[in-house]
Design a protein around this ligand. Structure first.
Ligand code: NAG
Ligand code: NAG
Ligand code: NAG
Ligand code: NAG
Ligand code: NAG
Length: 512
């Protein structure tokens, strides 16, 4: 109980109204101080989007800032990696035309990176077209196009205002869940695919959530569907129950009250495309919704009394099969924990995945910052998803050891928050409205005129397990008990209680 109260204190940046004697006892019992030692950042907000490479989402931003290692249109892939005469496909602009589900299994990604199933050579990034064509239909268009900056105007503005990292790689050259597991634990526990059974059982590794909690700090998971962080078995512990919040309306409430936790993870509405077939087929609509989602999160944080203490990290779990021209690092990458992946690949986690977008947002970051690779801690270190727990450890001065050998190796980015003596006051309060809806509708009509190619594509796709096969664990299915004994009238638990009542009773603990 003491730990819980202390965490609330730390989280909020507000003083709870506890009697002085109780407070003294708590302080004596206590737990490390509330981040006094650290820099200005007291809240790190993590948002991990789905399945897009850097060049696909941000490559054309090079036109707006040449410092960014993006694309010029001179990038190409051979149609056949062993037959130069078969021709080339150049990288184009206008990604709103595309079908969104290129290959991103372990084997498909290996072919994209190396041009073949032989992973011993250099990463030539020349197999995207060949691999896309092997899926049947014409996936080439999908993988060889990037968005024009104006069609992802929210990112255009964030890149111009804050920092973009053009050397951030997926942690593992594989699909969604292995990479999501790396984000908060520096390992996938050996996973190289979305294995529904193992995900349902839960992965046993220590997470950054545990370290944050044990250090007396707070975390919160703001979810829309079943939260993917429940794939960590540790996160199913009863003691963490009250750290899970429905994104609507709690994220906004917490931000407005200044009670966001030290580590806030926001999860998307992942199942959207599954439940609504129209979205499956129309990627530009998805991206528009993603832009609206990011805009909402940013504007909510910008308006919060905690804005001056906030860092938001936005990245993508993996590249989704889309072309990227930067070679995937294949040397000097440490296995996190020595666990070898399952047959037939027996992957030893000794190389990274394809480059993905990464945008870092804070009033402590200079406008228009472009970050390339990190300086250490080893000569081969890179930015990848484990850079998040590694940086959080530094920002919050966490006493525990690194989670794995991978986050000990990953580059950290706290230095970009250390160039200023005070926060910027010129950060935009609002981001642009994404505007390309009309054009998208026109494209959808165009697609309907050629349904055969589209159906062929769908029919030949290998079916992946749904990204979220997890049954809701029983302890989370029940509504949380009312917080009658809550003594922190302005903080989390009461905000939650109000939220529940506001949703019309009957437990009211919403899952999406
Ligand atoms: C690529 O070219 C090689 C050599 O000409 C040929 O054997 C192979 O069938 C081609 N692959 C495809 C997918 O066309
Ligand atoms: C992202 O990948 C998951 C599986 O890893 C897949 O189910 C989903 O359709 C993909 N989404 C997009 C937009 O490609
Ligand atoms: C596939 O797309 C590429 C790239 O736009 C195009 O050049 C090619 O003609 C298309 N092939 C087919 C068979 O439609
Ligand atoms: C953030 O810091 C700036 C500069 O010190 C100050 O002008 C502004 O009022 C602060 N904003 C909040 C929300 O505290
Ligand atoms: C992968 O490991 C399995 C046993 O764990 C073994 O039978 C198989 O030969 C290995 N495959 C490779 C390619 O090393």
């Amino acid at each position: 109980m003491a730990a819980v109260r202390l965490r609330r204190m730390c989280s909020a940046g507000r003083r709870p109204r506890l009697p002085a004697a109780v407070l003294l006892v708590l302080v004596l019992l206590a737990a490390p101080p509330c981040l006094q030692a650290g820099g200005p950042i007291k809240t790190v907000v993590v948002v991990v989007m789905e399945n897009r490479s850097f060049d696909h989402m941000l490559g054309w931003m090079k036109r707006l800032n040449p410092e960014i290692d993006g694309v010029t249109g001179g990038e190409w892939n051979p149609v056949n990696t062993t037959d130069p005469a078969a021709g080339r496909v150049y990288f184009g602009e206008g990604a709103q035309y595309v079908d969104p589900d290129p290959g991103h299994s372990f084997q498909e990604i290996r072919q994209q990176i190396f041009g073949s199933d032989d992973a011993s050579g250099p990463a030539r990034m020349d197999g995207f077209v060949q691999q896309a064509r092997s899926l049947g239909g014409n996936m080439t268009d999908a993988v060889m196009h990037g968005f024009a900056p104006d069609s992802v105007a929210v990112y255009r503005e964030l890149v111009a205002q804050f920092a973009v990292c053009d050397r951030w790689f997926a942690s593992v050259p594989s699909s969604t869940q292995p990479n999501r597991l790396f984000v908060h634990s520096g390992t996938s526990g050996g996973a190289t695919s979305n294995n529904p059974q193992l995900l349902a059982e839960g992965y046993p590794q220590q997470t950054i959530f545990d370290n944050i909690h044990d250090a007396g700090l707070s975390f919160g998971v703001y979810f829309q569907d079943v939260p993917a962080v429940l794939f960590y078995r540790n996160l199913r512990k009863l003691k963490y129950l009250l750290d899970f919040h429905p994104f609507h309306p709690t994220f906004r409430d917490h931000a407005r009250r200044g009670s966001l936790p030290n580590y806030a993870v926001i999860e998307q509405h992942y199942l959207d495309s599954k439940l609504d077939p129209a979205n499956d087929d129309h990627p530009s609509h998805d991206v528009y919704q993603g832009q609206m989602f990011v805009k909402d999160i940013y504007e909510t944080l910008r308006a919060s009394p905690q804005w001056n203490q906030t860092l938001m990290v936005l990245t993508y779990d993996e590249h989704g099969g889309f072309f990227d021209h930067v070679p995937t690092p294949v040397h000097g990458v440490p296995s996190p924990d020595g666990i070898v992946g399952p047959p037939p690949y027996n992957f030893t986690f000794d190389r990274l995945g394809v480059r993905v977008p990464a945008i870092l947002i804070s009033p402590w970051i200079e406008k228009g910052t472009v970050i390339h690779g990190p300086n250490g801690p080893t000569p081969t270190s890179q930015y990848e998803h484990s850079s998040i727990p590694a940086t959080v450890k530094k920002l919050f001065d966490l006493p525990q050891d690194f989670l794995t050998k991978r986050d000990a190796w990953a580059g950290t980015f706290e230095s970009i928050l250390q160039t200023r003596t005070e926060p910027r006051t010129d950060c935009p309060e609002q981001l642009p409205m994404p505007t390309r809806i009309r054009q998208t509708e026109a494209n959808e009509e165009a697609k309907l005129r050629a349904p055969a190619a589209h159906a062929a594509t769908a029919a030949t796709r290998t079916v992946e397990p749904t990204p979220l096969p997890l049954p809701v664990p029983p302890l989370l299915r029940a509504p949380p008990s009312p917080c009658r004994r809550c003594r922190c009238p302005r903080l989390h638990c009461c905000a939650r209680r109000r939220g529940r009542e506001g949703e019309g009773g009957a437990g009211g603990w919403r899952w999406g």
